[in-house]
Design a protein around this ligand. Structure first.
Ligand code: FAD
Length: 609
């Protein structure tokens, strides 16, 4: 850790504890709050309890004088099964807890928003992605409850390239240290923070790949968690004692356990828009919650009326509520929903909003623009004589389930990725790229391993998030244009990676152990640019779940994450705020973003009180 980051990190530890003598009365006691009241007042409202939102809400609530309302559309968390006799709730909680459930949970509407996307020209005009709709998490913990759990960090130089005050490599490094509880005692990693990071057990094919990456000439050099080394290191994961570590368990569960007086969490609450006063100050939000019973108490509509249709029934089954913020509203609803809420609230490109009849509060042209989406492409290999620990016999053996249920050990305690590394271009002029390894779906294809390539950076114009013209202010999902792999530079990086994968798999350690390309094979896809481009466009190519930048700093936001355009009291803290595609998986950086943002917000309100 550089000396300047170390000083900053130590100063974070020495920050004075918040005083309990509050200027505006005694410390808040929120436990008796009646959340079914139609209107409530708080200092801060945080929208979305995800990767970054959970951090912001937990850190703001450290000051007992501050009242925080956290609104989350999802209903579940790892603790949903507690105090519950509902087998369904218990089952959902188990799906979140078990690291190796990942791709099964993606299809559960209880845990994911499932979004369709528009035709993507560079990927054979596919809409959606190859593996189904685009998903993001919907729960206390957001996308960290369904993601693959690979904990990877960009190098500090990446943050320096942002060129944004408050966000240099040294400053961000100190916050990575604050958040981490790393099992690796390396001085570049943090210890004692809320996010537990460990290697987990190696998947059986990993050591072969690592050896092959080292014996290549020149060998691969890569960064997985902020540190450059030779070969492809085994990926770090957010798993502790065989259970998933997510944003809820790391940040919110301790608050609930110790001091939930001033943090009120409302689940099942979908925020529709932000409210503003005449000075463009954000004063609160409008949100809806599901209401039980047959008749909607606010409209008198009977939900069983067959004329309503399914969407109408859903809308009629929700009650509209208001919540007020005396200090700030912080949007943390993720890369698709944060710009959606901003646009519905009248913050966005004025001409586009006016054309759809949306009253304009602030003309901020960048809202929803510049969506950066990473592209994944796979090659599939048979793993010959190497028996994977994930195979149908093992997975279906009751002893395996019992091993997990009783001791949280065994195959179900593993993540799906063995490798997730940022690989440096091997030859002058080669692009850097991301290389990953997964055992695909072991129950279906036990003898197959996938080597995946992703573009590290996204060039080109990017995609966008737009209002749906048929229902601009309604609850419908936004229109999403991913526009993946649009730039030649992105496809070139993917080609470099695919060629390196083939070189690595041709190393003697792989061939002598029976690894061979199953699909697409050299016969179908030669190593020429044309053939590889065709595979990228028409082959096993899909969205990486890593989109960013739809309300980015330096454009929609200032360097303290405040929305521009004359708006006050409104910030964005999530993947939308990141100015450029994160040069790693986003999760670690978004924890850091939440940590850094919480301190910026605290500094600002301490200055103003
Ligand atoms: C399937 C999958 C696999 C992934 N694998 C990895 C990985 O292995 N490693 C990695 O680093 N990254 C991974 N990622 C990416 C990473 O998890 C996300 O980029 C990151 O968690 C996004 O964080 P966020 O804070 O921007 O939003 P989220 O964590 O998505 O949180 C947004 C929250 O806001 C809520 N919300 C949305 N709209 C509203 C509304 N109107 N009102 C109230 N609440 C609302 C949502 O329900 C959600 O809980 C993966 C993502 C997915 C989906």
């Amino acid at each position: 850790m550089p000396f300047s980051s170390l000083l900053l990190y130590l100063s974070l530890l020495l920050l004075p504890a918040a005083s309990t003598s509050c200027t505006s009365g005694p410390p808040f006691r929120g436990k008796g709050l009646q959340l079914d009241k139609t209107s409530l007042s708080f200092d801060f409202i945080v929208v979305g309890a995800g990767n970054a939102g959970a951090v912001v809400a937990a850190r703001l609530s450290e000051d007992p004088c501050v009242r925080v309302l956290l609104l989350e559309e999802g209903n579940y968390s790892q603790d949903s099964g507690q105090d519950s006799t509902s087998t369904h709730q218990n089952w959902i909680a188990e799906q979140i807890i078990t690291p190796r459930r990942d791709y099964r949970t993606w299809a559960l509407p209880a845990l994911t928003h499932q979004l369709s996307t528009e035709a993507n020209p560079a990927v054979n005009n596919r809409s959606g992605i190859l593996l189904g709709p685009v998903v993001t998490g919907k729960a206390l913990g957001g996308s960290t409850v369904v993601n693959i759990g690979a904990y990877t960090r960009p190098e500090p130089a990446y943050f320096n390239r942002w060129g944004i005050k408050n966000w240099s490599g040294d400053e961000t490094e100190a916050y990575f240290h604050k958040q981490e509880d790393h099992e690796d005692p390396h001085p570049e990693y943090g210890k004692g923070g809320p996010v537990h990071v460990e290697h987990g057990d190696a998947q059986t094919v990993y050591p072969y790949l690592h050896q092959a990456s080292l014996s290549m000439d020149p060998p691969l050099r890569s960064n997985s968690a902020g540190r450059l080394s030779y070969g492809v290191p085994q990926v770090y994961r957010v798993i502790e004692n065989g259970r998933r570590v997510d944003a809820y368990t790391a940040y919110l569960r301790p608050v609930v356990a110790e001091r939930n007086d001033n943090l009120v969490m409302r689940t099942g609450a979908r925020v529709a828009r932000v409210l503003f006063d005449k000075n463009k100050r954000a004063t609160g939000v409008v949100y809806t919650v599901a209401e039980s019973g047959d008749v909607d108490s606010s409209t008198g509509i009977n939900r069983n009326d067959p004329r309503l249709g399914s969407r109408g029934r859903e809308a009629a089954a929700r009650v509209t509520l208001h919540a007020h913020a005396t200090r700030e509203v912080v949007l943390c609803a993720g890369v698709f929903f944060t710009p959606h809420i901003l646009l519905k609230s009248g913050v966005g490109p004025a001409a586009e909003l006016e054309a759809l009849g949306v009253p304009v509060v602030a003309n901020v042209s960048g809202v929803g623009k510049h969506l950066l989406a990473r592209t994944n492409v796979l090659f599939f290999y048979g793993n010959g004589s190497v028996v994977p620990e994930m195979n149908p016999f093992v997975l279906r053996d009751p002893a395996t389930t019992e091993m997990y249920d009783l001791e949280h050990r065994g195959p179900y305690s593993l993540g799906a990725l063995g490798i997730y590394s940022v690989v440096k271009g091997r030859y002058p002029g080669d692009d850097d790229y991301i290389l990953f390894m997964t055992d695909v779906i072991p129950e279906v294809a036990p003898r197959m391993v996938a080597l995946g390539c992703a573009n590290l950076r996204v060039h080109g114009p990017g995609g966008q998030v737009l209002l749906d013209p048929t229902d601009p202010l309604g609850a419908k999902h936004p229109r999403i244009q991913l526009n993946m792999a649009a730039a030649e530079e992105d496809r070139r990086a993917l080609r470099h990676c695919l060629r390196d994968v083939r070189d690595m798999m041709a190393e003697p350690i792989m061939t002598t152990n029976g690894f061979y390309e199953i699909f697409p094979t050299h016969r179908l896809v030669e190593d020429t640019d044309k053939a590889l481009d065709r595979w990228i466009s028409r082959g096993y190519t899909f969205y990486s779940w890593h989109a960013t930048s739809t309300a980015r700093m330096g454009d929609v936001l200032d360097d303290r994450m405040r929305v521009q355009g004359g708006v006050q009291g409104l910030r964005v803290v999530d993947a939308s705020a990141v100015p450029d595609m994160i040069e790693a998986g986003p999760m670690a950086t978004l924890f850091m973003l939440g940590e850094r943002a919480a301190d910026l917000i605290k500094e600002d309100y301490r200055e103003n009180t």
